[in-house]
Write a protein that binds this ligand. Structure first.
Ligand SMILES: C[S@@+](CC[C@H](N)C(=O)[O-])C[C@H]1O[C@@H](n2cnc3c(N)ncnc32)[C@H](O)[C@@H]1O
Length: 461
């Protein structure tokens, strides 16, 4: 061996990013050898304060934690996690089990409220007793004044239900601590969901038949008391788990947590102080809200009973202008300035082009809705990739929806769009869905029975 070759042999091998990809792939393959590893029949959600509100399309906390564990094994330098389509905050809460700094945004103020409650660094441990006191105050309140200005209130709430919800709203307003109020607002939101005249079987607003409404004897104060007890107990389990994992010091979560109201098409505008992020973990919408999951309609009634100033100064009350407004502002909802143009989109994803070209001419809005969604999604990806560190991993959980009886190859389109933005798809895992609550049974997405988990990496340029 020449002296130079001897030197090379002694030098520690440099671990390239491709080596890390290979290591991560091996880890995922080993863990995924059990077909149920990602699909999980057992959905224990008790340790993440997961049930405080029934938000649509929630991810399974344990699956997200398993994914995180694998990434952190291969990349122990990861410190921050980002979710640009936050929903109820499952990714961030999963990141808290590992002591990560967690950041996320959503366009829906209700999603931001739920996530703020779940990811608070400090909480009030006597919340169970406080909530009981709030319910007692509401019960003792004899006033009949209605505390919401919503149009069409009589359609959605029985008179006595509106009176009790108003008493609860007044009682919550008397609490000084902001986290306490937010916790109580989320509990009130779930109370509204269960006691309004809206059907709980679909996410779209749809009133129950009059005769069914007349037969329902409901007490929102009693429902609220019950839910508050469950939520308080779920929080104490969650915080205990964080404590056992040494992620709480002096009653405070060790990492940063930051949740904002914001549109993913403009993330650079409001994350410049915290970006770039080390790891992305998210599940984006599968298509425009109206024909997939109407997150906005699902949030419309609860939001009418919540003080917006307690959610976020950026939470815009005009989102309650109509039942459609949040969905209209969401991806694919309305043509905005930020969207990619169609030619750029179809050039970036030949698979999307092939799919769109193959759609039948009738009904003709299938193609236009598809393209409008992906023009927004392309713009979002562009801006999201911009706040990620070079070589950062991204974990995308996506479902494949149907349009005109044909399955949109969502994961393949996402892969192509990411590759066009200087990212590499490392692998794709399949997760079978055992229990996921489906949107409207008749909606075009109802055939979704598995999800794909795409692991990608932003390539250093
Ligand atoms: C599939 S859900 C996320 C669910 C979440 N993973 C969970 O476990 O609860 C997608 C989210 O994207 C949000 N969304 C849609 N368009 C958006 C946009 N332009 N900017 C930010 N969030 C948006 C919706 O409000 C919804 O909460």
């Amino acid at each position: 061996m020449t002296p130079l070759a001897q030197c090379d042999a002694l030098r520690p091998a440099v671990r390239t990013q491709e080596d890390v990809d290979a290591e991560l792939l091996k880890l995922l393959e080993t863990k995924g050898a059990d077909p149920d590893f990602w699909s999980l029949k057992d959905r224990d959600r008790s340790d993440s304060a997961h049930r405080i509100f029934q938000y649509p399309a929630m991810m399974v906390p344990l699956v997200q934690r398993r994914l995180l564990e694998a990434v952190l094994e291969a990349r122990p330098d990861v410190r921050s996690i980002y979710d640009p389509f936050l929903g109820s905050g499952t990714s961030l809460v999963s990141g808290m089990h590992f002591g990560l700094d967690v950041y996320g945004n959503d366009i829906n103020p209700l999603a931001v409220l739920i996530s703020r409650v779940r990811t608070a660094r400090t909480i009030e441990f006597s919340i169970g007793a406080i909530a009981e006191q709030v319910a007692a105050t509401a019960k003792a309140d004899g006033r009949k004044t209605i505390e919401t200005a919503m149009a069409n209130r009589e359609k959605w709430f029985q008179p006595e239900v509106a009176v009790e919800l108003s008493r609860l709203r007044r009682a919550i307003r008397t609490c000084d601590n902001l986290w306490v109020r937010r916790f109580l607002w989320v509990t009130l939101a779930e109370t509204v969901r269960l006691t309004s005249n809206d059907r709980t079987s679909t996410y779209k607003l749809h009133a129950r038949p009059a005769e069914e409404i007349a037969k329902r004897a409901l007490s929102p104060i009693a429902v609220f008391g019950e839910l508050a007890r469950e939520n308080a107990s779920s929080f104490s389990t969650f915080r205990r788990r964080l404590g056992e994992a040494k992620q709480i010091k002096a009653f405070k979560y060790v990492g940063e947590t930051e949740v904002r109201v914001g549109d993913t098409r403009q993330v650079l505008d409001y994350w410049s102080d915290a970006a770039p992020f080390d790891l992305l973990m998210t599940s984006p919408p599968y298509g425009d809200n109206l024909t997939t999951v109407t997150y906005g309609q699902h949030s419309y009634l609860p939001l009418h009973w919540i003080d917006f100033k307690d959610i976020d100064p950026a939470a815009d009350i005009a989102t309650l202008r109509t039942t459609q407004e949040i969905d209209r502002r969401s991806l694919g909802g309305a043509s905005g300035n930020a969207a990619w143009d169609e030619a750029k989109l179809l050039e970036a994803s030949p698979k999307l082009k092939r799919f769109a070209d193959g759609l039948p001419a009738k009904p003709d809005d299938g193609r236009s809705r598809l393209i409008r969604f992906y023009r927004d999604f392309g713009a979002s990806l562009d801006s999201i990739v911009g706040v990620m560190k070079p070589d950062s991993y991204m974990i995308w959980t996506v479902g494949n929806r149907n349009i005109a009886g044909q399955q949109v190859p969502t994961n393949l389109v996402l892969g192509e769009l990411l590759e066009g933005l200087n990212c590499k798809v490392v692998t794709t895992l399949t997760r079978r869905i055992h229990h996921k609550r489906m949107p409207d049974r008749n909606a075009s997405s109802a055939t979704m029975r598995e999800e794909k988990i795409l692991l990608a990496r932003k390539v250093e340029s």
